[in-house]
Design a protein around this ligand. Structure first.
Ligand code: CMC
Length: 424
């Protein structure tokens, strides 16, 4: 008869251990009982880059990377993007269900009451050089928000957390727009709560009523970026918050993780790559250089997806809708041909490398008038609801404590300090 256990025999001692299997997982701490002798610390797992370690239980986002499935609270991403709005999505991620009409009205009002940043806050952004990278300014600005809200330190009070969630979702778009306007040498545009979340953001960015097709595209892009379970930035959000850090500081740390070109910074890197390739004729030589290990095909590959990223499909469709309004981004042809060649090339096929969410998003952002350095800020604005949902879930999870990985120490054994004059 089958049992939900794992039997391990330690060949050093001949002892056998039976460990419970729950959710296809064994608890790493159970291995600690396996010792070579009484004073032994016990066995640990070694898992650099967390290739096979679940660090939490979650009910928010499900990904099946082999099948290319992404669901928010059980609902396929394509349905959420087609039928929902960003604020509905944020509510869904946080509360687990789609809001009723009344819940959505209250939620929208709560976010809209928090669109304004503190009066003196723009001065912080104005202190940066106009040449400063926008993602660097954004990260610092989000961390600076914590200094305005000392009440945000009460992270173990669920009602207080909700207050900070309203503030952060409301203000993050204003902070992003403020960073952009400063760099462009333009005055800030006050938020307009009569507009949708995406519409108000575009209004604060460009100072005019947005085209409805572009507003819809922005909303879809925020939805597609809203959550992606335990990726590098979300794990950072959880790890930093596990020290009871306030959510502004944790979110700034999550944004720092997102900034990297292997994560959210890939959308900017894709555009640089496409511009560098320049024309369709140059693609074969570029592909060869990637295969020789001289660089990566940015916007391709994923730790979890070994199939087409479902978000990439939706972004690609959205791109055509945006280009109807803005005119085609001239780099689209390079991107399409690059994708076609890579999807048939043995190197990429064998490694299961497919376009990810960042492959086409930058083309849309560029066509809409966003500078390249702002692309990752756009990712961060959308991801804020996911980071906060994951934070809120973690704070209520009795299994969680301050995060603290172990190491395998391979350095010197204890030895004496050598005085300066006696060192070789
Ligand atoms: N171009 C060329 N080769 C690649 C690429 C790529 N984009 N991605 C992976 N490989 C190769 C890699 O060289 C390795 O080959 P080999 O087995 O011969 O050594 C193999 O594929 C496995 O790669 P890996 O680095 O072990 O895979 P990973 O799971 O650690 O990395 C990744 C995932 C996303 C960091 C990586 O695919 C990558 O660098 N992609 C380009 C950057 C990018 O587009 N990032 C955005 C990810 S989606 C947005 C987000 O959520 O962050």
């Amino acid at each position: 008869m089958s049992k939900d256990t794992l039997t391990i025999t330690d060949n050093r001692t001949g002892k056998t251990f039976e460990l419970p299997i729950e959710h296809e997982t064994v608890k790493a701490i159970e291995l600690r009982q396996i010792k070579a002798h009484d004073e032994d610390f016990g066995i640990m797992t070694y898992d650099p880059s967390y290739m096979n370690t679940a660090a939490c239980k979650s009910t928010i986002t499900f990904i099946d990377g082999d099948k290319g499935i992404l669901n928010y609270r059980g609902i396929p991403i394509a349905q959420v993007a087609e039928k929902g709005s960003y604020l509905e999505t944020a509510y869904l991620l946080l509360y687990g269900e789609l809001p009723t009409a009344l819940q959505l009205k209250d939620w929208t009002e709560a976010i809209h009451q928090n669109l304004d940043v503190p009066a003196t806050f723009p001065r912080i952004i104005q202190a940066f050089e106009p040449s400063a990278h926008l993602m660097g300014v954004f990260q610092a600005a989000i961390a600076a928000l914590s200094t305005y809200y000392p009440d945000s330190k009460k992270v173990n009070d669920p009602a207080n957390r909700v207050k900070q969630i309203h503030r952060l979702i409301g203000q993050v778009a204003t902070v992003g727009a403020c960073c952009y306007r400063h760099q462009a040498g333009l005055p800030m545009v006050a938020p307009d709560p009569s507009l949708s979340y995406a519409g108000n953001f575009l209004h604060m960015m460009f100072g005019k009523t947005p085209d409805p097709a572009l507003e819809k595209a922005m909303d879809i892009l925020f939805i597609l970026h809203a959550d992606h379970e335990q990726n590098c930035s979300t794990s950072t959000m959880r790890l930093v918050s596990s020290a009871d850090t306030d959510p502004y500081s944790s979110l700034s740390a999550a944004a720092a993780a997102l900034y990297g070109p292997l994560h959210g910074g890939a959308n900017e890197a894709v555009l640089k790559m496409l511009a560098h390739i320049g024309t369709v004729e140059n693609i074969p030589a570029f592909i060869e250089s990637v295969k020789k290990g001289e660089g990566r095909l940015m916007g391709f590959g994923h730790r979890v997806y070994k199939n087409y990223d479902p978000r990439a499909r939706i972004v690609k469709d959205t791109a055509y809708e945006v280009f109807e309004v803005t005119g085609k981004n001239p780099l689209l042809d390079v991107a399409l041909e690059l994708e076609k060649i890579a999807l048939h090339d043995e190197y990429f096929v064998k490694r299961k490398l497919y376009p990810n969410v960042d492959f086409y998003s930058g083309l849309i952002y560029q066509a809409m008038g966003f500078p390249d350095e702002f692309f990752t800020v756009l990712f961060a604005i959308g991801r804020t609801s996911g980071w906060l949902a994951q934070w809120n879930e973690m704070m209520d999870d009795k299994d969680q404590k301050i995060g603290r990985p172990r190491q395998i120490f391979l350095g010197h054994g204890e030895r004496d300090y050598v005085a300066m004059g006696q060192r070789g």
